[in-house]
Each structure stands twice: as C-alpha cells, then as structure tokens.
Design a protein around this ligand. Structure first.
Ligand SMILES: *[C@@H]1O[C@H](CO)[C@@H](O)[C@H](O)[C@H]1NC(C)=O
Length: 209
C-alpha cells in the first residue's frame, strides 16, 4: 500500500515536470543557436573555407583561389584590382574560368613588379607616383591578371584559347610534365575543381606585351 502510494506520487511528480517542460520548451527553443538553419557561422564555413563543400556551399572559383596559400600573392592582386570585372567573372556561376595562378615563388622572382609596364622604357623613376601614376599602375596590374585568366573550363590539351588579355595560350603534357605555351611555363598543379572552373598553379608568369 505504501509502495503504491509512493509510486503514484512519483508518477504524478514526473507528469507535472513533463507538462511544465512542455509548456516552456517552445519558448526556450528559440534561443537554441543550433536549431537555427540560417546560422551564418555554418554558412560561412561552407562557402569560404571549404572549396570542396557540397552543393549547399556552392563553392566557386573566387573561393577556390582565395584559399590557396601558395598563390596568395596573385590572389591578393586579383582581389585588390580597382576594376571589378575579373572578380565578378570568378564569382559568376554561369561562366567557367581557368585561372592560371603563378606560384608565390614565381611572383617573387619576377624581373619587374606586376604593376610595372611590360615595356621597361615606361618604368622610369617616379612613373607610378601621383594620380596618373596610380592609374597606370592599376591598368598594368589589370593587364597582368587578365593575361592569366582563360575564359573556358575545362581547358583541353592543345586547345588554343585567348586569355582575357588577348594572348593565345595552349598546353601539352610531355614525359609527365605539363607546360603552358607560349613560354613553356610549367603547370605545377591543378587545384580542386569547382563548378565554374579550376585553379592551375604556374611555375612562372604568362608573358604579355
Ligand atoms: C563548366 O564546367 C563544368 C564542370 O565544372 C562542366 O560540367 C560544364 O560543361 C562547363 N560548361 C561549359 C560551358 O564549358
């Protein structure tokens, strides 16, 4: 008898606790961060840090470029361009692009700065100071980047394609080494492809004049 009484009290107590919990749960639920499907931290993780993320993150060439540390100098130049045309293209899911990204080592061993003119006669002292100078430097940087943007992907072997700068480039693989022409620049690596293109790393820079 006592036992039954104790059990019955306990059951009533549990029932009370459960109804109380049920009553307050819908309210507290709103405060749970993990229940929020729009959590910006989760979204950011997908699109910014993981170029191989599933469809939800929809990685694109611009993301893929910014996560590659061995081409960070080139990537920073692309992001810093005053004209947005190129970045817009890399962010455009409806246009495929192959980015020929010179490795940092190649950028460091350039005979001239990327904002200087391909024609050394135009790189006199002070050429890039002042408003006019800055405009020239910006234009040169843009040409430099455009020389490394191939407006197709996939970019097939022996296919001749004009870069955005207008130089016709193609590539072949011989004895296991892939080279880009003109120049015979070694292609070191094809980085993880994303739906709107690929990042290729180069041991040198694409010549333009
Ligand atoms: C763009 O690239 C994807 C591969 O990521 C390919 O399936 C598709 O055919 C390409 N589109 C064009 C127009 O080349």
């Amino acid at each position: 008898m006592r036992c039954w009484f104790a059990t019955s009290t306990f059951v009533t107590f549990v029932f009370f606790v459960l109804s109380f919990a049920a009553a307050i749960l819908p309210v507290t639920d709103n405060f749970g961060p993990s229940k929020n499907p729009q959590n910006p931290l989760i979204d950011m993780d997908n699109s910014q840090n993981n170029p191989m993320a599933g469809d939800a993150g929809a990685p694109i060439v611009s993301d893929a470029l910014s996560v590659q540390r061995d081409v960070s100098i080139f990537s920073d130049i692309v992001r810093g361009l005053t004209a947005h045309q190129i970045l817009d293209r890399l962010e455009d899911k409806s246009q495929n692009t192959t980015v020929l990204a010179p490795l940092n080592s190649a950028m460091r061993s350039l005979p001239r700065k990327p904002w200087e003119d391909p024609d050394p006669r135009n790189n006199v002292e002070g050429a890039f100071f002042g408003d006019e100078g800055e405009k020239k430097a910006a234009a040169n940087l843009e040409r430099f980047v455009k020389a490394h943007i191939v407006p197709v992907s996939p970019f097939m072997e022996n296919e001749k394609v004009q870069t955005l700068e207008g130089v016709t480039v193609w590539w072949t693989t011989e004895n296991g080494i892939t080279k880009l022409y003109p120049g015979g620049i070694e292609v070191k690596e094809v980085k993880s492809p994303v739906p709107n293109g690929q990042i290729w790393t180069l041991a040198g820079v694409v010549p333009y004049y």
